[in-house]
Design a protein around this ligand. Structure first.
Ligand code: R5P
Length: 294
C-alpha cells in the first residue's frame, strides 16, 4: 500500500504516512495560464493498493479535478486498487432533490470519481451517511467528533452540555456526549428551501450556568452557530464553544461567531484553517491500518 499526497491535503497526508509507515508518493502539480490543472506522480505505483489523500474544501471544483486526475494517473500507472481518502467531501449537502429541476450533485460526483478510477472512498462526517449508499463503489464515513470532544475534555470542559444546532446533528451531539459525560440536546432549525434562510428555536432544556459546546458537521458562513449562540445566551449558558468536523469558515465567519459570544471555534484539518486544532491523522491512520491488515 502507498499513499499519494494530494496537493490539497499534503500536510495531513504526510502525517498519515508517518503514523502508518506507508510510502508517500509526491504529486507534481501546476495550473496552466488558462486555469486548467496538471498533475504527475513522482514515483511508481505499479501493482500497489494506492490511497490518495485529497480534501475537496474550497476551491472545491479545482480540488475535485485534481483528485480525478490523480486517480486516473494512479490507475494508468498500474495500481491494483485506488482508495480515495477525502476528509471533506464537497457537494454532500445536495444529496436529494429539494426543488423540481435540480440534480443530485453528490451522486454525479461519485460517478465522476468512479469513472476516473476510484475503487473505494473514505470520508469524515459526511453530511448524510445515506448519500454514500448511492455511490458506484464502497464508500464509508468515519467520525471525528470523539476527537473533538477529547480536545474539550483536555481543556477542562468535562461534563459540558453537547448541543446540536438541529435534529439532524443530534447523533453528533450524542457522540460528543459519550466522551464529555454531560447532557446533550438539540435546537430546532428550519431552512427555507427557496431562500436558504434559516430560523432557529430553543427547546426546553436547562443550560443555565453551564458550559455548552455546539457540535455540527460543517461551519460554513457561521450563521447556524451565531443563531444558536444567541439562543444559549438567552437561556443563561455560562460559556459557549463551537466545534465542527469541517471548519469551512467562509469570509469573516469565525469573527462573527466570536463576536456572538462564542469563546473558541474548534475544527479538524479536513479544511486547513485557523480553527483546525484537531488533526484527523490518527483517526485516518487507524482506518488505513485496519484496511491494510484486513
Ligand atoms: C447543515 O445542515 C449543516 O449541518 C450545517 O449546519 C450548515 O452547513 C452550517 O452552515 P452555516 O455555517 O452557513 O450556517
Amino acid at each position: 500500500m502507498k499513499i499519494v499526497l494530494g496537493p490539497a491535503s499534503k500536510k495531513l497526508g504526510e502525517s498519515i504516512a508517518e503514523l502508518t509507515g506507508l510510502e508517500p508518493v509526491q504529486v507534481a502539480h501546476k495550473t496552466f495560464p488558462d486555469g486548467e490543472a496538471y498533475i504527475r506522480l513522482e514515483s511508481p505505483v505499479q501493482g500497489d493498493h494506492v490511497v490518495i489523500v485529497q480534501t475537496t474544501s474550497p476551491p472545491q471544483d479545482s480540488r475535485l479535478i485534481q483528485l480525478a486526475f490523480i486517480a486516473d494517473a494512479v490507475k494508468r500507472n498500474g495500481a491494483s486498487k485506488v482508495t480515495a481518502v477525502v476528509p471533506y467531501l464537497a457537494y454532500a449537502r445536495q444529496d436529494k432533490i429539494f426543488l423540481q429541476g435540480e440534480g443530485i450533485s453528490i451522486e454525479t460526483l461519485a460517478r465522476m470519481l468512479g469513472t476516473a478510477g476510484v475503487d473505494a472512498l473514505i470520508t469524515v462526517n459526511v453530511h448524510a451517511e445515506n448519500a454514500l449508499t448511492k455511490f458506484p463503489f464502497p464508500a464509508k464515513t468515519i467520525s471525528a467528533i470523539p476527537l473533538l470532544a477529547e480536545y474539550f475534555v483536555k481543556k477542562g470542559c468535562k461534563n459540558a452540555f453537547a448541543l446540536a444546532p438541529d435534529k439532524g446533528a443530534m447523533y453528533i451531539a450524542q457522540q460528543a456526549q459519550s466522551v464529555l459525560g454531560g447532557e446533550a440536546g438539540h435546537l430546532e432549525k428550519h431552512r427555507d428551501i427557496y431562500t436558504g434562510q434559516t430560523t432557529q428555536k430553543g427547546k426546553d432544556f436547562n443550560v443555565k450556568g453551564q458550559t455548552v459546546i455546539i457540535f455540527d458537521d460543517i461551519i460554513s458562513t457561521g450563521g447556524t452557530i451565531v443563531g444558536a449562540a444567541k439562543i444559549l445566551r438567552e437561556l443563561g449558558a455560562a460559556r459557549v464553544f463551537a466545534a465542527c468536523a469541517h471548519p469551512l469558515l467562509i469570509g469573516d465567519a469565525e469573527k462573527r461567531i466570536l463576536d456572538a459570544g462564542v469563546e473558541e471555534v474548534v475544527g479538524t484539518d479536513s479544511v486547513p484553517s485557523n480553527a483546525s486544532k484537531v488533526s484527523l491523522a490518527p483517526l485516518i491512520s487507524q482506518e488505513l491500518k485496519a484496511l491494510k491488515s484486513g
